[in-house]
Design a protein around this ligand. Structure first.
Ligand code: PGA
Length: 302
């Protein structure tokens, strides 16, 4: 097949957006120029790559195959560019990182500290749930992912770098505040506001209470740690969150961590990427930076 990199890039953008117009805008081309490139590519391939139904653009079966390869080739080209940059001895480039919602409480601080050291780098940060992170890893999209322990998978490389204790929080007026060594089964009398199913926090909490044979009554599920903290503060129940989400509320005593037997639930944070992925120089520098900071005096939570 005799295709050009330019055709491939145009194809990748149209396939990603499923829109000729949006691809044209992204690439700073006119729409007829985009259509022309795709036509030539289809001519070369001898197959249609897109089909139009009404106003909607779809990938054909051949288009889906082509999209897979075009992304791999685009990633390889980016990698080649990064490697050449490295040979120039410059840590410049773009870091694409995706993190679990809870990790965002310290990752932005880490990125800020990192960018003071490597001021030529730019970032793209996606804060999302565990399910999406696993899909992104499967597609090899981000340079690095920060999340709770990923599932055992030979294709993933996961490196533990910091503790992530989960604690029970209450409003300051709650009767259990100040009580030492609250037995775990006492929690069965309380209502809990918890994170959504599929979040790392939810999975850890379920596992912990199942192991300890405690039947928790979960009143409400919320997709954000902030919402849980607000709900607990408003007296809707107790909450279970990572200690990393809490610094300000504890300082101002808007929330209190309860002293419960067998608590905290101990999780860890992991840096994850696909095994065999060649990390770009900036991703490798960030990886080392994370380990350095988590083992040094730098308080990742401040
Ligand atoms: P979460 O991730 O924000 O999805 O709960 C944190 C974790 O995995 O512990």
């Amino acid at each position: 097949m005799n295709i050009t990199i330019r055709q491939l890039k145009v194809f990748e953008a149209v396939a990603r957006h499923l829109s000729f117009t949006r691809a044209a805008r992204e690439l700073h081309l006119t729409q007829p120029a985009v259509s022309m490139q795709i036509k030539q590519l289809e001519g070369n391939a001898g197959l249609k790559l897109f089909e139009q139904m009404g106003k909607q653009t779809y990938l054909t079966e051949a288009g889906i195959e082509m999209y897979h390869y075009s992304r791999v080739i685009a990633q390889q080209l980016d990698e080649a560019g990064e490697v050449l940059e490295q040979l120039k001895g410059v840590h410049r480039g773009k870091l694409t990182i995706s993190v679990a919602s809870t990790a965002n409480y310290f990752v932005t601080r880490l990125l800020a500290a990192f960018s003071r050291q490597y001021d030529k780098t730019t970032f793209s940060l996606d804060v999302t749930n565990r399910e999406t992170l696993l899909r992104q890893l499967e597609n090899n999209e981000p340079d690095l992912v920060i999340m709770g322990k990923p599932p055992e998978d030979r294709d993933l490389k996961a490196e533990e770098f910091m503790k992530n204790p989960l604690v029970v929080i209450a409003a300051p007026g709650h009767p259990l505040v100040g009580v030492k060594g609250i037995p775990l089964d006492r929690l069965q009398q309380e209502t809990f506001v918890v994170r959504e199913q599929g979040s790392g926090t939810w999975i850890a909490m379920q596992r912990f209470f199942a192991e300890h044979k405690v039947d928790l009554s979960t009143g409400m599920e919320m997709t954000s740690n902030e919402a849980i903290k607000q709900a607990v503060e408003a007296g809707l129940g107790l909450g279970i969150v990572s200690i990393h989400t809490l610094s300000l509320e504890l300082e101002t005593r808007r929330l209190v961590v309860l002293n419960i037997q067998s608590f905290p639930i101990l999780r860890h944070w992991y840096l994850v990427h696909r095994r065999g992925k060649r990390l770009s120089p900036v991703a490798e520098a960030f990886r080392q930076f994370v380990f350095e900071k988590s083992h040094s005096q730098f308080d990742i939570n401040k």
